[in-house]
Design a protein around this ligand. Structure first.
Ligand code: FAD
Length: 318
């Protein structure tokens, strides 16, 4: 954590401001500070940490195209027919994990999946030196939300996400909707009048947690988005991805110590992930389903403004 505090491309954040459809808002303070950086900077920061470890070989430019099994090994091939083989595969290959698809019969579950678009903007009004992450819950797009996360150089991470099942049923185009919100939302349009996008608007999928799935098997474990561990309420997945990576490393140590890579032995990894993250993910899934209702959000924000105890409870859970 000390290294992250010293990382120059990050803005410390200390609170959420939650904007209800009725126009009222409440600021919820974090228990511990958060960090906001551009993905490209954060990923480089992590990769540089890994490269400091002499015992780790980093192999770039190897896109896994196929996975097969040979004797007890998992064999990964790229499109140049180069191959890597391993007794144990820890897959951190994201929302479209080829490992999850090939080895664990993974299927996209639209009711527990979100879509989101994001771009970086400069000159958004009202965010200078802000340490507050803004969440705007808009009546027409619940239970999704529009966000503005200030960075440290007068730029912001601006995005919009919704449940994929709702996107499909209501035929929502996320990119058009984000542009529409920025141009026409009564509470936001004036703040974007002089703002300028400094990156393309990009879309991604978010496999949400809250339902226990099988995330390991003979000779493999899935981590992070590959294991569908994203918080189903706020869409955050980096913390849970890191926890699962840590727990997978501990399981890997046990596997090599006992020379046991069987599916049954590996399921201790599932247990450790769900005992660490499962309760919180389930609670967030229930909150996400409740937050589908405009009147309820308006009421909760009104109550949070009136009762600091409730405000603190939300602050700890969002
Ligand atoms: C728009 C948006 C905003 C978000 N904002 C936040 C936020 O503010 N805070 C937060 O905590 N989370 C946020 N998330 C979620 C977060 O990005 C993910 O939960 C997190 O990145 C998961 O980490 P991961 O390592 O599992 O997967 P990823 O970060 O997706 O990493 C997967 C890696 O695997 C590589 N890979 C994929 N396929 C292959 C292959 N076939 N061969 C080789 N390599 C492969 C990819 O190149 C990538 O480097 C957001 C997500 C989206 C879509």
């Amino acid at each position: 954590m000390n290294r992250l505090s010293a990382f120059p491309h990050t803005n410390i954040s200390t609170s959420w401001s939650l904007h209800a459809p009725n126009g009222k808002s409440v600021e919820l303070h974090f228990v511990n500070p958060g960090y906001v950086s551009k993905r490209i900077d954060f990923d480089k920061f992590l990769l540089d940490l890994v490269k400091e470890k002499a015992e780790i070989d980093v192999l770039s430019n190897f896109k896994v195209e196929s996975i097969t099994e040979r004797a007890e090994l998992k064999v990964l091939k790229n499109d140049r027919y180069e191959e890597l083989s391993a007794r144990l595969l820890i897959a951190c290959d994201g929302a479209h994990s080829i490992v999850a698809k090939k080895l664990s019969y993974f299927k996209v579950d639209l009711k527990n999946y979100s879509g989101a678009v994001r771009a970086y903007y400069k000159n958004v009004a009202g965010v200078q030196n802000s340490q507050c992450l803004e969440i705007h819950l808009l009546k027409d797009f619940l239970p999704g939300y529009f966000w503005i996360f200030p960075l440290n150089d007068n730029t912001c991470n601006v995005g919009f996400g919704m449940l994929s099942d709702d996107i499909r049923k209501r035929r929502i185009d996320l990119k058009l909707s984000l542009k529409d919100i920025i141009r026409n939302s009564p509470s936001l349009a004036s703040r974007f009048r002089h703002a300028e996008a400094i990156s393309p608007l990009e879309g991604f999928g978010l496999p949400l947690g809250g339902i226990e799935r099988s995330i390991s098997g003979e000779g493999y474990m899935l981590c992070g988005d590959a294991a569908s561990l994203i918080d189903p309420l706020n869409g955050e997945g980096i913390g849970n991805a890191m926890w699962s990576g840590y727990l997978a490393a501990r399981q890997a140590e046990r596997c090599f110590n006992q020379n046991n890579f069987s599916g049954i032995f590996m399921s201790a990894y599932d247990k450790s992930v769900y005992s660490k993250l499962g309760k919180e993910l389930k609670l967030k899934l229930c909150m996400q389903k409740a937050f589908n209702r405009t009147w309820l959000i308006n009421m909760l924000v009104n109550l949070a403004i009136a009762f600091p105890g409730l405000k603190n409870w939300f602050g700890k859970r969002l």
